[in-house]
Design a protein around this ligand. Structure first.
Ligand code: 13P
Length: 263
C-alpha cells in the first residue's frame, strides 16, 4: 500500500502587509501538523520574517516561494534565485501557477526550467497545471494537463522527483467561487497520475501528491479531499483567513490517501 501524506498550501499571492504577514504566520504556527504537511507561500519580501517567525515558534509549517528564477545569479534585475530562497529558510517553491502562465507570461518551457531548478536545489516543488474555461469546454482538460506536466518535468532529473508535488488548478476555478465537482477533479487527478506513471514509473506516480486548487473553502474541502487521487489542496483566498485555512487543513488531516499499487 502506498500512503500519501496530505499536503495543504496557502498561496498568499500579492497580498498582505508586513503586519498581516506576521499575524498570518502566527496563526499557522499551531502544531496541527502531525499527519499532514502544511505550507505557506508569502510574497518574496515577507519570506524572511515569516520563516523566522515560524522557526522561532518551532512550527513544522513549510515556507515556500511563489516563484523563482532558473539561473544561478547575474544581471537579472528583479529576479530571485533558488540559493537566495534557501538562504532565507525556504524549503519549497511554486512553479507554473496559472497567474504566472496567463498574466505574467511564463511559457511551458520556462516552467520546466524553473521546476528543474527548484527540484535540483533541494526544494519541494509544487508544479501547477490546469486548463482554461475555453480549453475545458473544448474537452481538452486532460490534454492540457498532460502537455503542461510533460513540459514541466522535461528538464527535471528523475532522482529529484521525490520532492515533486503536482497542483491541479483549473484556471476557471481560481478566485471565482466556482469549484470543480469532486468527480471531475478526481477524473483529472487520476489522468494526471496516469501521465506521471508514463513519465516516471508506477512507484513514483503512486507516491506523488496531487493537490487540487481553485476556490477551496471549508465547506467544500472535505468532499474534495475524500477523493482517492486528491491528496490535499493549494489554497488562495481562504488561506488569508486563519480560521478558514485551519478548517481546510483539518479537513485534509483525516483523509490520508492510500492506494493498493505496489511501491
Ligand atoms: P483561490 O483559492 O483563491 O481560488 O486560489 C487558488 C490558487 O490559485 C492557489 O494557488
Amino acid at each position: 500500500m502506498a500512503t500519501r501524506r496530505p499536503f495543504v498550501g496557502g498561496n498568499w499571492k500579492m497580498n498582505t502587509t508586513a503586519r498581516e504577514a506576521d499575524a498570518l504566520a502566527r496563526a499557522v504556527t499551531a502544531p496541527a501538523a502531525d499527519d499532514i504537511d502544511i505550507a505557506v507561500f508569502p510574497p518574496f519580501v515577507y519570506l524572511d520574517r515569516v520563516s523566522a517567525a515560524l522557526r522561532q515558534a518551532g512550527s513544522p509549517t513549510i515556507v515556500g516561494a511563489q516563484d523563482l528564477d532558473h539561473r544561478d545569479n547575474g544581471a537579472l534585475t528583479g529576479q530571485v534565485s533558488a540559493a537566495m530562497l534557501t538562504d532565507l529558510g525556504c524549503t519549497a517553491a511554486l512553479t507554473g501557477h496559472s497567474e504566472r502562465r496567463h498574466i505574467l507570461g511564463d511559457s511551458d518551457d520556462l516552467v520546466g526550467l524553473k521546476t528543474a531548478r527548484a527540484l535540483g536545489s533541494g526544494l519541494i516543488c509544487l508544479l501547477c497545471i490546469g486548463e482554461t474555461l475555453e480549453q475545458r469546454e473544448a474537452g481538452d482538460t486532460d490534454a492540457v494537463n498532460e502537455r503542461q506536466l510533460r513540459a514541466g518535468l522535461a528538464h527535471a532529473k528523475p532522482a529529484s522527483l521525490d520532492a515533486l508535488v503536482v497542483a491541479y488548478e483549473p484556471v476557471w476555478a481560481i478566485g471565482t467561487g466556482r469549484t470543480a465537482s469532486p468527480e471531475d477533479a478526481q477524473n483529472a487527478h487520476a489522468a494526471i497520475r496516469g501521465v506521471l506513471a508514463d513519465l516516471t514509473d508506477n512507484r513514483t506516480a503512486q507516491a506523488t501528491r496531487i493537490l487540487y486548487g481553485g476556490s477551496v473553502k471549508p465547506s467544500n474541502a472535505a468532499e474534495l479531499f475524500a477523493q482517492p487521487d486528491i491528496d490535499g489542496g493549494l489554497i488562495g483566498g481562504a488561506s488569508l483567513d486563519p480560521e478558514a485555512f485551519a478548517a481546510i487543513c483539518q479537513a485534509a488531516t483525516h483523509t490520508t490517501s492510500t492506494t493498493s499499487s505496489a511501491r
